[in-house]
Design a protein around this ligand. Structure first.
Ligand SMILES: [Zn+2]
Length: 623
């Protein structure tokens, strides 16, 4: 197990480190600022933490993680005296330069070019999921635009000095010309009007007056309209920096006036690396796997990840060893143990029901939520599928890689897709079930039973064989007339074949006429030049003349056509439907399908579209 071990100062140092960065010899660049003391609640709020912590209490652990944590002691670490609140990592490691903003290189490059060429837009829009650094970026841009350099003579730069008065004031959120507003709490037109009126006045002390509007999509329509007027012709000294998680909700009129930056979710490996870096700076040792877990749980958000890391470090301190361990992080996050997860999938695929239930029970006892268990297996199946397609497994450990590659070789693509479908369904059930544990057990057992079934390809071939096995039953069904009016006529088939004649009509006269014949004509007798027919129940239209003309046109001969009071042979449509019903019945009765239907009561037999016996493909005869 690879530990990233660093020369760790005593754990208590961490609590103080926010105020004593010098203790680490080389001061990390991001600590050159914000050497202020405890942040006030308002500062934390401004730092964008409020959404993370509910109440902006300046001590960890964050409530969000606590909610899903395993049953472990969650009391705050070492009860730091309220006089010296611990500065949360997410705030402490808020990037202060573009270089520290991880995962957004493309955006930084574009911005650097714009600054270099002095082609700065009046409005910027930062989009992306929460926690990817939209507000941080907005502040960095504010710094970049207003930095005057250490000597007070610099111009706009992609590399703000971080030392001049504008830089420090912006970093601390107290610059008079950089106005931050959260649209979530100021949605009204009055709030915007306030801005617009202030826009007219020049910046007090900086180069640009900068408005940072967070969650801008929350503004009301009227507010947008008011804003738009300003955006159309903003005074040269004003810049707008908008941030939003839901860019779709912005009016096009606003979008079209902004230079847009899409901030990407940060990939897990990059996050893990960043967290390793943070741990090192904090003097905390952490297992690689633990950091990988934190990174995965962060789902692309640096801020969320750092909050989880905060919590993990607090747990490590509680343990007394100060080492952030994978096992503890797993407990904390309520994640399924990777190896246990693999064991469970093994049991499912091997069809060992008792073992499946054992695994579920064990994981549940360890505090793993049933829903996470199913998700864990889904994640595994997904990664096996990817490994199969790409030929390389994305694994956190050698054992995991070996297992993934083994499965990728052993399972067919069809099987994997079916597993995924079944798990997805199970996931829905677990989510909505009154008892998630029971639902998870049932879902996994169902997956296990289905693993026995032949793969869909083989099933399809079997069905084809059955369907192709002809007519014994089909003929029987066809003659037990679906019209329900008693026994079918024992009369021999007409002397002249009817179906080819109808096809001739279709070719020579048209499909409409041919369909009339197929639907309405029960042949009683058919000889050259003479058709006697009956109509099935429900058809009363007199079609004799039509039929006569059609047959004459198709055959080039005169026809005598008469309707008689007799049963007649079922119409072609009736025959086709009877055949179909008989086939479906035969398919349904075949042992394979019967087993499938028993396993999946909600399954439906879906007929594959194929050349129908009459009238070409895809004809739906149901009226
Ligand atoms: Zn500066």
């Amino acid at each position: 197990m690879g530990h990233s071990t660093f020369a760790a100062p005593p754990p208590t140092l961490r609590d103080m480190s926010g105020d004593s960065p010098d203790m680490f010899g080389d001061t990390p660049p991001w600590e050159t600022e914000e050497q202020d003391d405890a942040p006030s609640a308002a500062e934390l709020e401004a730092a964008g933490q409020s959404s993370m912590f509910g109440e902006p209490a300046p001590t960890p652990p964050p409530a969000r993680v606590a909610e899903q944590a395993a049953p472990v002691d969650l009391s705050p670490p070492k009860a730091a005296p309220p006089a010296q609140p611990y500065r949360v990592l997410a705030r402490k490691y808020r990037p202060q330069t573009f270089a520290q903003l991880i995962g957004q290189e493309a955006m930084v490059r574009t911005l650097a070019n714009a600054i270099k060429r002095d082609r700065l837009a009046h409005a910027f829009l930062m989009t992306g999921v929460r926690g990817v650094g939209k507000t941080s970026t907005a502040r960095l841009i504010a710094k970049a635009l207003n930095c005057i350099g250490p000597d007070g003579k610099g111009g706009p730069t992609i590399d703000p000095c971080g030392q001049c008065e504008p830089c420090t004031a912006i970093a601390e959120g107290r610059h008079i010309d950089v106005i931050e507003m959260d649209a979530a709490s100021h949605t009204g037109v009055d709030d915007v009007r306030e801005i617009i009126e202030a826009v007219r006045y020049a910046a007090v002390s900086a180069r640009y007056k900068i408005y940072i509007i967070d969650e801008v999509h929350m503004l009301s329509r009227n507010a947008f309209n008011a804003l738009l007027k300003t955006l159309e012709e903003p005074p040269a000294h004003v810049k707008f920096l908008f941030a939003t998680t839901e860019v779709d909700k912005l009016p096009v009129t606003v979008l079209s006036r902004c230079q847009r930056f899409d901030l990407r979710r940060i990939p897990s490996p990059m996050l893990a690396e960043h967290f390793a870096h943070v741990c090192k700076s904090e003097g905390v040792a952490a297992e690689d796997e633990a950091l990988a877990m934190v990174a995965a749980a962060a789902e692309g958000s640096v801020r969320d990840g750092l909050s989880i890391l905060d919590q993990a470090i607090a747990h490590a301190d509680l343990d007394g060893e100060g080492l952030v361990q994978a096992a503890r992080v797993r407990d904390m996050l309520g994640l399924a143990d990777k190896s246990a997860r693999r064991g469970l999938l093994d049991a499912v695929l091997a069809g060992e029901g008792a073992s499946v239930l054992d695994h579920v029970a064990q994981q549940f006892a360890l505090g793993v939520e049933p829903i996470n268990l199913v998700r864990g297996i889904m994640d595994l199946v997904h990664r096996i599928t990817v490994a199969q397609v790409s030929g390389a497994a994305d694994a956190h450990s050698a054992e995991e890689r070996e297992a993934l590659e083994g499965w990728a070789k052993g399972l067919s693509a069809g099987q994997l897709h079916r597993l995924w479908q079944l798990l997805l369904k199970g996931h829905e059930e677990v989510k909505s079930a009154p008892d998630p544990l029971v639902a998870a057990q049932m879902a996994l057992l169902r997956v296990m039973h289905a693993a026995d079934l032949p793969d869909p390809g083989m099933l399809a071939r079997k069905l084809e064989e059955i369907a192709a096995r002809p007519p014994a039953s089909a003929t029987a069904a066809a003659s037990s007339s679906p019209s329900g009016s008693g026994a079918a006529p024992a009369a021999a088939l007409p002397a002249m074949p009817w179906e080819p004649l109808v096809e001739m009509v279709e070719r020579e006269v048209g499909i409409g006429m041919a369909d009339t014949l197929r639907m309405q004509v029960r042949v009683v007798s058919l000889e050259h030049g003479h058709l006697r027919y009956a109509q099935p129940p429900g058809f009363n239209e007199d079609i004799a003349a039509l039929v006569r003309n059609a047959l004459a046109k198709a055959t080039g001969a005169a026809w005598q056509v008469e309707k008689v009071a007799a049963e007649g042979t079922p119409t072609l449509v009736e025959q086709a439907e009877a055949r179909k019903a008989a086939e479906a019945d035969a398919v349904r009765r075949s042992p394979l399908v019967a087993a499938t239907l028993a396993a999946f009561p909600e399954a439906e037999l879906i007929e594959e579209e194929r050349q129908s016996a009459i009238g070409g493909a895809r004809r739906n005869w149901r009226r």
